[in-house]
Design a binder for this molecule. Structure first.
Ligand code: ACO
Length: 352
């Protein structure tokens, strides 16, 4: 029987570390100002979110999220023992694409040097923090049905250019960081139903759509950009808006149910799962999920302390972080549960 399996992983974060003490001195060009620009502090951020620092691209890097994705993609392809030419499908998850359209996958395809008349299929998906699990479900189905041989799944985010670096935006601004993560998914011949990617489940509840959103424009209006982007009285629309408490409660509730469902439907117990890798939105969310879903705390892996919330990137970035530290080993089985804007959520169980 053909199953799908993760053949390689890679991740990338920019070198630039921005601590909680530094973030309040940044303006929207990421310049360090003499006076604080945002009324926030390390104690609040750490106590409420667990975040201590995050990574930002240099303000003048000229990078887009497809460039960050390229760094991670190359590492994942190499880790799989393949070359870019072996990739016959790209799935790109991001909420911070280079431009409105086309999507990032085609830009990444060109940057990998595999564009042209024989170029592979390119998909962009918009499930925000749930992007990796949603993308993994697609890749799993594509590979198992024989449609594609080697799917490159990439999550990449450049958040630091679209945050409100003032007190008005502080609830969201302090949360996010830049980065990229990638996986190559390919076929595995095995009769063992528990090998490779053995479970994926995705859900959404559109009733929560406007509890976490970034408009930038409204196509229903003409002109569809109807505000002065530099006028602070009007420009809140270009920054993410969040009903933090509602997101928090929905995240905990749905992630707990999703974990329980994954265990029930896969017929696995925690004895057969090495690690729990939740999305990294808030350390308190993840601690609550571990408690209510009765997950062995020593199996939960978190990186939000050092990378903040990198949205579609958090799952491959966290796995790769602990792989580099030698904690996650080849063949380990992971249960990953995510929750994000939409609301969207889901779980996957797979070996790395
Ligand atoms: N620094 C200092 N004070 C702050 C900050 C800040 N950065 N942000 C908010 N505050 C203040 C508020 O103004 C408020 O002040 P007030 O009491 O004088 O009105 C006080 O702190 C408490 O604010 P709350 O919003 O009640 O704080 P809460 O404990 O709910 O934490 C947080 C806020 C961290 C945003 C939390 O709600 C959260 O993590 N929500 C979920 C985030 C999330 O999961 N996002 C989803 C993923 S993102 C995606 O999918 C794109």
């Amino acid at each position: 029987m053909v199953r799908a399996s993760i053949l390689g992983l890679g991740s990338y974060v920019p070198d630039r570390v921005v601590t909680n003490d530094q973030i309040r001195f940044l303006n929207e060009k990421h310049e360090v100002c003499a006076e604080p620009q945002t009324d926030t502090n390390h104690e609040w951020i750490k106590a409420r979110t667990g975040i201590e620092e995050r990574r930002y691209v240099p303000a003048d890097s000229g990078y887009g999220s497809s460039d960050l994705g390229l760094f991670a993609a190359k590492l994942a392809i190499e880790d799989a023992g393949l070359t870019p030419k072996d990739i016959d499908c790209i799935i790109f998850g991001t909420l911070s694409p280079d431009i409105h359209f086309p999507g990032n996958a085609v830009f990444l395809q060109s940057k990998l040097g595999i564009d042209g008349e024989e170029g592979c299929a390119c998909y962009d998906i918009r499930q925000q923090c749930s992007g990796f699990v949603y993308g993994l479900q697609m890749a799993d189905a594509f590979v198992r049905t024989g449609l594609y041989k080697h799917v490159l799944l990439v999550g990449a985010e450049l958040h630091s250019h679209s945050l409100d670096f003032t007190t008005r935006g502080r609830d969201v601004m302090v949360l996010f960081g830049d980065g990229a993560g990638a996986a190559v998914i390919g076929a595995l011949e095995t009769d063992d139903e528990k090998e490779g990617i053995l479970y994926t489940h995705c859900q959404a509840d559109g009733a929560g759509a406007m509890d976490l959103y970034l408009k930038v424009f409204e196509i229903a209006k003409a002109p569809y950009v109807y505000y002065d982007a530099n006028d602070r009285e009007q420009n809140q629309i270009k920054y993410p808006q969040m009903n933090g408490k509602k997101v928090f409660l929905n995240a905990v509730r749905n992630m707990v149910v999703s974990v329980q469902r994954a265990l029930k439907e896969s017929k696995l117990t925690w004895d057969e799962i090495d690690w729990f890798v939740p999305h990294q939105a808030n350390l308190r969310i993840n601690e609550a999920v571990v408690q209510y879903a009765e997950i062995p705390p020593e199996k939960a892996l978190n990186t939000i302390q050092v990378y903040g919330n990198t949205t579609a990137v958090t799952v491959p970035l966290t796995i790769d972080h602990y792989r580099k530290l030698g904690k996650v080993k080849k063949g380990d089985r992971i249960l990953s549960t995510v929750f994000g804007a939409g609301f969207t959520w889901g779980s996957a169980i797979f070996r790395v």
